[in-house]
Structure formats: structure tokens, C-alpha cells
Design a protein around this ligand. Sequence first.
Ligand code: ARG
Length: 473
Amino acid sequence: MKQTKKPLVVSRSGRFAAGPAADVARFTESISFDRRLWRQDIVGSIAHAAMLQKVGLITRPELGAILKGLRSIVHDIEDGKFRWREDLEDVHMNIEAELTRRTPAGAKLHTGRSRNDQVALDLRLWLREETRALEGEIVALQAAFVSLAKKEIETLIPGYTHLQRGQPVYLAHHLLAYVEMLERDQQRLAECRVRINVCPLGSGALAGSTLPLDREFVARLLGFVDRRGRAQVTQNSMDAVSDRDFAIEFCAVAALLATHISRTAEDLVLWASSEFNFIRIADAYTTGSSLMPQKRNPDVAELARGKSARVIGNLVALLTLLKGLPLTYNRDLQEDKQRLFDTVESVRTTVRIMAAMVKNITVNRAVCRAAAQDPLLLATDLAEYLVRKGVPFRQAHHAVGAAVALAEKLAKPLNQLTVAELQSIEKKFATDAAKIFDLDSAMARRRLPGSPGSREVKKQLARWGKKFRVRPV
Ligand code: ARG
């Protein structure tokens, strides 16, 4: 069996006469994907080394040498000159081994530390940053919806249940529904960051260390503090090295975000179809067919819808990964990274492209207006008209149902029934019943908070517009 070259510095080198077999090295390595954590790994090492010096475990010159070595490694990685070695398994060992090659002080860096608490640290640092960036992307998408809503402030469309026309709503009201969902997604991200933002360093392999480490000092250096500036450190070493709740929680938040985007995308796909024709998505965000020359397909929206599948899959993969693991660290946990990375990448790129696409949507106002003019959309208003005249709602509902059937039978629109025809169904109908079908006054009648009434929608738009400083495009 072919043996790989014995690595220069590996933590286990004393116990083993030889390195692992080449196929084992290939099977167990994570450097091909966890090198993405190099910056977090080095930042963590800098803080750890500063702490070791503070508590007297390394000297000031040794700290200086470690910092200098790490700095030169940063430059090499940035310049693409760093040689990542598969036989050194992961990002932690690669960097530590190279540091030790550059300075003997490097051999002291791993004092009181294990890759188990180190990888938990790196992931937390990385995810903390990513959640902030993702929040920024979500805000941009919200702003794009608000800006389209402002531009279409007068546009009415039918609102749907069961994908059947229900009642008229402002397009802005429909768009602001997405903004509400995204707002909750943002809140969930911020709440999940509170639990990400706890420092596991000092937990060692599973049982801490006999050395006088200063956990709170490291935590503070790395920004693991609460709103009042108090250091946040994990409270149980066994939990700290085997806990991936924070990653799973993030993936759950991301799955919900992806689900929201998927539903939004589905609306856009429908609206862009010839059947609806409410919107036109700019050429740059559609694609043609290789066979049918007339096609303009909403592929971006479709892929945004499709991406949710892998994001949901990643969440399930992580839950499954953890569910049978005994305490504490098990190598299975290495499988967390690609799922987590893929989730972050998928949602970030999706949110970003959606924002760009929304900015490139034009609304076919005439088509929307014609659809919203359907008098059947105001059948509920007609029932409420009867309620205002003292008719019990159940009876009013029945009467309007009968009126709809009569109109259908007479092959005319609901608003064209004569007063006599209406009164043949319910005596409380009077000449003012016709006014119910005026769309503008119908929208003005909706005054409840959260309703699609003209004043309420303007109020909501102003609230969101102020928040995102959005002007109509
Ligand atoms: N590459 C490992 C991971 O991703 C780092 C921790 C390894 N720890 C260990 N005891 N083998 O989880």
C-alpha cells in the first residue's frame, strides 16, 4: 500500500509511525473545501496566541514570531502562492504546519487548543459574517419590492385564493406581503446570530485544559460579546465541541427564506405567463428556447424557485448528520461544511439575483386594470352592503350568490343586474347597490390596519419607504 509522505508537523505524529494510506488521506481530507475558512482560522489563531502570551504560556518574542509568520501566510494565500497539502487533512493543520516551518514558535500555537474547538470557532466566525452579509442582501431585495410598489401605487390586480380571483388588491399590497416575509427572515437571522456569537475556544478536544487559559480575553478579542459588551463563552466543553445547532438553526432560517423566495418566484412566473400577462421581465432576465423561437422563459425566477430544494435538503442533511452522534466530537461532523457553505451560497446568490430581476420588471397596467375591473371581485362588498342594511351575513352571502347565478344565467356581468332583478332575490337591495361596483370607492372603504385599502397601502408604503429610503424608480 502506498504511504503518503510523512507530514512535517501533525498533532498525532508521535503516535503514528507512518502517515495514512493515500486513499484514506483522500477520503478523510477536508482541505479541498474547508480552506475557505482560512481567514477565520488565522484570526482565531492570532487571538489564541495573544491570550497565550497574556497568561505567560508563550513569550512576547514568540508571540511576535507567530504573528509575523501568520501575516506572511496571509499574504501567500492572498497571492495564491500558498501550497495546500491534502496529506495535512484540513485548513487547521495546513496553516499550523506551515507556520511551524516558518518559525519554531509555531509549535507552541496549539497549546491548550484542539482542532475540535478550533473548527467550531472558525465556523462560528465565518457564519457570523455571512449572516450579516445575507441581511444586507435581503434589505436590497426588500428595497427593490418597495420601489416597484411605489411606482405602481395606483395599480390594482385581483387577489387570489385557490388561484381563483378573490378580491381586488393593490399590486403594492401584494408586493409588500413579500417585504413582510423578508423582514421576519431578517429578524430570524439576527436572532440566530445571538447563538452563533458564542466562543468555544478553551473547550479543547472535549474537556477543556489544565492550563490557565483566559477564555473571556479571547472571546472579547474575537468580538464574541453581547450588546452590553460582556464576553460570550460556551458553558460546557462537551457541548461546545459537538454542537452544530447554530449551523442547523441558520440552515432552517435559510430554508424558510428560500421558501419565501420560491413562492415569490412562482407568482412572478405566473404573472409573466401569457395567461396572466401582468408583468414583463426584461430580456436580460429571461432566456429563449433552443427550439421554439417565440419563447421568453422566466428561468431566473424558476431557478430561484428551484434553489429552495437544495437549501431544504441541506437542512435535512445536517439534522440527519447530527441525530445519531454520541458526545462529543465525531469525524462525521466534517460533513457539515459543504452543506452549510452550499446553503449560504445558494441563498445569497438567489436573493441577489431576485433583487436585480425585480428592478427589471415592468407592469402591464392596462392588463392589470382590466383584470381588477371584474365585478365579481366585489361580490363580497355587495354582501357587506346588505349587512350594513341589517341583513345577517349568512343570508347576505346566500343572496349575493343567487345574484351571481342570475347574472350568469342572463349572461351579463354582476354589476349590470337591474334593481328589480336584485330585489327579486333580496328586498333590501336598493338603487345605491350599483355604487358598490365603483372600484375607487371600494378601495377607499377598506380602512382596517393591514388591509389593501388606498390609505392603508399608502401608509404601509411610506413606512417601508422611510425604512429603506426608497424612491420610485
Ligand atoms: N477537519 C475536521 C472537521 O472538519 C476538523 C476537526 C478534526 N478533529 C479531529 N479530531 N479529527 O471537523
